[in-house]
Design a protein around this ligand. Sequence first.
Ligand code: F6P
Length: 236
Amino acid sequence: PRCIWLTRHAESGDQLSGILGSHRGELTHNGRNYCRELASFLHKCRREMEEAGHVESCGDFLVLMGTAPVHYSTLQSMIKSSSSSLSDGDPSPASISGASSPPAVPVNCKGFQAMSTSLLNELDGGVCNGLSYAEIIRDYPDLWAARERDKLNFRYPNGESYQDVIGRLRPIIIELERQRRSILVISHLAVQRCLYAYFTGTPMEEIPYLNMDMHTVVELRPGAFDCQVRSENLWD
Ligand code: F6P
């Protein structure tokens, strides 16, 4: 009965401004609300597994995330939610400000084990990191044209291509295959596209164009011959 849940990081200010990269800024109001809904979703799933008598075999849920502080903040929000009521309103800005560093060792809290790894950071935009798409088109028109021609193989100077991301995700995929417990992966658009494609058998050339909605959990149930997929939008 175990699940793999994929979600993009909660909305950050950088993202609203259209800036590329593993966002390190503050979460927006909507982003904070999504953290709360995500925590609530996980607790609901855990309760359902407990009621079905599956928790013994599944153990703690595993939460895997990149190293951007906003991810760790999401975890903090979950810890907070697990020790208090799940409907206690907007998480306080102090608990989600992103001031804390990712944990060097796994953090355990009631029913959850969380780990942070740079393998889940967003596709590295290299020289274009910190720019918006409009700025890339203006300052690097040739790069943009090359990317438009072959998005799968295009590598940002000093950065990565989708093919690079697929390569670096191999250890994560091995871990996702190996684990018997349910796992939430909090990552980014390009990374989530690659993980989703692996489990659903999506052709390589479609990966860079897959739609992955914000504030949505994609639930994967990999079986011997296929993978069941379900999406749940938790916040707008
Ligand atoms: O939030 C936007 C973002 O995650 C960027 O950081 C990243 O470069 C981009 O999406 C990946 O999407 P695409 O490959 O379509 O530009």
